[in-house]
Design a protein around this ligand. Structure first.
Ligand code: ZN
Length: 311
């Protein structure tokens, strides 16, 4: 298991307004803000991390909220749906909550034998709450309004929409150790047995789908989980041996990363468990103060003054 891909690590998407994004994920969905930092390449923009109590790999959805960015378009060559795992019997609670809070959602549906509730966030990002076929024992973050019996456990799956799935499927099976588990119409499910949850990648093959445009309401990249930097670099060698270009190891403060574009056009990342979100904040205080990478610390007051207010 050590030298394997352990399902999803995090997913990163784009939002158009910081406060609206923050309020939706922490208040409506009841996730924990586990880290509030800035885009390392653009420190005038926040980088939010939402997840469970500790920001466990497989629970982390991150956003770059770019104020005033245009609306993106969901389409081919991108991750197009994010699936969160919720307990059996909770979808009615969520549908009623979404009605009450005016969150756009569809009816409860079924796919691969699992019930799910599709909804969109305030930027139009497509998400699903899914009752996993596997009992999900992960401990959720809870709030006054979202109790343990209904709370989000972490990711269930990610859905990629592609013109052609063969080569991407081969990355998943031949490099990442996933196996093809089922096909349903144009959807093909890949799963890894190395981890209990956040272990599914679904591919929708749509040959004539318009390419996606990466802006507000769309996903930026999908990060897969490895346990440490040694495994990370082993995968780097494997990916290069298959003929792909990949970045050097990048220090993301809370994990180490590599990025490469898979043949279907989706930006894939590999990210480590170490060092994790408690490296610069006590576990009980995660997400409560603005954390800056060292190179920006001397500009703190200027950065804080330029960032949008969240209260
Ligand atoms: Zn990432």
């Amino acid at each position: 298991m050590e030298n394997k891909i352990l399902g999803l690590h995090h997913i990163t998407a784009i939002a158009g307004n910081a406060k609206r994004n923050h309020d939706f994920y922490t208040k409506v969905l009841g996730l924990r803000m586990v880290k509030k930092t800035v885009n390392f390449d653009d420190p005038g923009t926040y980088h939010f991390y939402f997840g469970d109590e500790t920001g466990s790999p497989g629970s982390i959805l991150t956003f770059f909220p770019w104020e005033g960015i245009g609306q993106g378009r969901t389409g081919a060559g991108m991750a197009t749906e994010i699936g969160y795992s919720v307990p059996a019997g909770s979808l009615e609670f969520w549908a009623a909550r979404f009605d009450q809070l005016k969150v756009a959602h569809g009816p409860i549906r079924e796919s691969f034998g699992e019930q799910y509730l599709p909804f969109t966030d305030p930027d139009g990002l497509n998400l699903n709450l899914v009752v996993s076929a596997k009992n999900d024992t992960r401990k959720p973050w809870t709030t006054d309004e979202v109790a343990e019996v209904v709370a989000i456990r972490g990711f269930h799956n990610i859905v990629l929409t592609l013109h052609e799935m063969r080569e991407t499927g081969e990355v998943l099976t031949d490099i990442f150790g996933y196996r093809l588990s089922a096909t349903e119409a144009s959807r093909t499910r890949f799963i890894t047995d190395e981890i209990e949850h956040a272990s599914i990648v679904d591919i929708i093959e749509v040959p004539d789908e318009k390419p996606g445009i990466n802006a507000a309401g769309t996903n930026h990249h999908v990060a897969f989980r490895v346990s440490n930097e040694e495994v990370l670099m082993n995968f780097r060698d494997k990916i290069i041996a298959k003929g792909f270009s990949i970045t050097p190891k990048i220090d993301r403060d809370y994990f180490f990363s590599l990025y490469f574009r898979e043949p279907g056009g989706v930006l894939f990342e590999l990210a480590t468990d170490n060092p994790g979100f408690a490296r610069d904040e006590a576990p009980e205080a995660l997400g409560t103060s603005l954390k800056l990478p060292t190179q920006y610390e001397s500009y703190r007051s200027k950065i804080e003054a330029s960032l949008p207010k969240l209260d």
